[in-house]
Design a protein around this ligand. Structure first.
Ligand code: GLV
Ligand code: MN
Ligand code: MN
Length: 423
């Protein structure tokens, strides 16, 4: 292998990055909360740009904060090869989701640079803005805009869901401007052909690699996510005085909706179908007040979008029955319904060949989690490298990947970027 990767440095930088967090220390592990455009996120971005500039890499930041770190190639007329991931983290997350692909990507650029052989094509590391849906309710904001699958008008008007109680919620346009990211959102769009290829390194977020003792996973496709919001309006009142037969309790109706979601996925789906109601906002939210309004967010995914559609139809018909039975009104808003992505055969082959050459064991696998790669697939051929994570645990403070696993993944990413950028 020509380019040397410093696994200890990657680990050290991951630990440094984990300090940019808005969360109390956790006994469960290294808890990280880093919501997009908060002070922690902005400070982490500044820190990362500092590392990149110290290496002499050119840095560009677009209107939504997507950040591009570039190692120039010998032939600037050729499209670059790109890698990247995200550093935003959902509340009480761990320190490896997304970050391994960013810090590992930076290490890959450094390793290629110090190998002494300038790549033919430029190699770019992308830090994508808001892969997590925490703040604006939709995941992969930066890559959706880049690929043009989310219009600038719709994106700019997205509402900040994390506004404190009583505070007027701001739009994405207001929040990004305050964070220092200005300019038309249309300028974030990249046309097909802008990149030759894109490869993302990520923790598996599932148990298969660890269970079967494989070093790396080679992703062949990414399952299709969808998400919806429901508002359930009933009739509230005094918890002592409103008689049980007269109630139209919105939270009781919401409970039935949640169970209908679970039932529909289990009965109509397969092992590839997953449905989660992950948030529930209760109004007015007092112990002695009957809930009059509830807001739910549903995350529904499948490798087959038609089956996902059938599950959603079943949920809708159960919802209609719940409305009638409980005398409540339930409105549905579509947030996103995405298509699955297939990884490029040539990239899958390059990853597989590099793994064999490096003596790493591997397996082909589907990504059930979504990633910015899902949207990069709309503008160039894509691939993903997974590394094992302990117990398959993710989106929790006890998320963990070994230094050895991170080093393997970074080494493999480096090899693949070297091959792709030389063609
Ligand atoms: C990404 O964080 C996902 O929810 O798949
Ligand atoms: Mn995540
Ligand atoms: Mn992620």
């Amino acid at each position: 292998m020509s380019a040397h990767v410093d696994g200890a440095r990657v680990q050290r930088e991951l630990e440094e990055l984990a300090r940019f967090t808005h969360v109390e220390p956790s006994s469960e592990g290294t808890a990280v909360t880093r919501v997009v455009f908060t002070d922690d996120d902005l400070a982490a971005r500044t820190w990362l740009i500092g590392l990149a500039e110290a290496e002499g890499f050119a840095v560009r930041v677009d209107a939504v904060g997507n950040t591009f770190i570039r190692l120039e190639g010998a032939d600037p007329s050729l499209a670059a090869v790109a890698t990247g991931s995200h550093i935003d983290a959902i509340p009480h997350a761990g320190m490896y989701d997304g970050t391994v692909g960013v810090i590992g990507g930076l290490e890959a650029l450094r390793a290629i640079k110090t190998s002494g052989v300038q790549p033919k094509r430029a190699v770019e590391l992308i830090l994508f803005t808001s892969e997590e849906p925490t703040r604006f309710g939709i995941g992969c904001l930066g890559s959706r805009l880049m690929a043009g699958t989310l219009s600038d008008v719709k994106a700019g008007g997205l509402i900040d869901l994390t506004a404190a109680k009583g505070e007027a919620a701001k739009t994405l346009d207001e929040v990004r401007t305050a964070a220092g990211f200005t300019g038309a959102l249309t300028s974030t769009r990249l046309l097909p052909g802008h990149y030759a290829e894109f490869v993302e390194l990520h923790i598996e977020q599932g148990p298969l690699l660890e269970r079967d003792g494989q070093d790396v996973g080679i992703v062949t496709s990414i399952a299709a996510p969808a998400s919806y919001r429901f508002v359930i309006e009933g009739f509230g009142g005094h918890a002592g005085a409103l008689l049980m037969p007269d109630r139209r309790d919105a939270l009781c109706a919401a409970s039935e909706v949640i169970l209908a979601v679970e039932r529909s996925a289990l009965t109509l789906g397969t092992i590839d179908t997953v449905a989660t109601v992950g948030t529930c906002g209760v109004y007015p939210g007092a112990v002695n007040s009957v809930p009059s309004k509830v807001a739910l967010e549903l995350d529904l995914r499948d490798t087959d979008p038609r089956r996902r559609g059938r599950v959603m139809d079943a949920i809708r018909s159960e919802i209609a029955a719940i409305e009638t039975k409980r005398g409540v009104r339930i409105t549905e808003t579509l947030v996103n319904e995405d298509v699955p992505a297939a990884c490029g055969e040539r990239i899958v082959g390059a990853i597989s060949g590099a793994a064999v050459a490096a003596g790493m064991s591997s397996r082909m696998m589907v990504s059930r989690a979504y990633h910015d790669t899902l949207f990069m697939a709309q503008i160039c051929p894509v691939g993903m490298i997974f590394i094992p994570c302990r117990g398959g645990v993710s989106h929790r403070p006890d998320e963990f990947a070994t230094v050895e696993g991170i080093s393997h993944g970074t080494q493999l990413l480096t090899e693949v970027l070297t091959v792709l950028s030389s063609e």
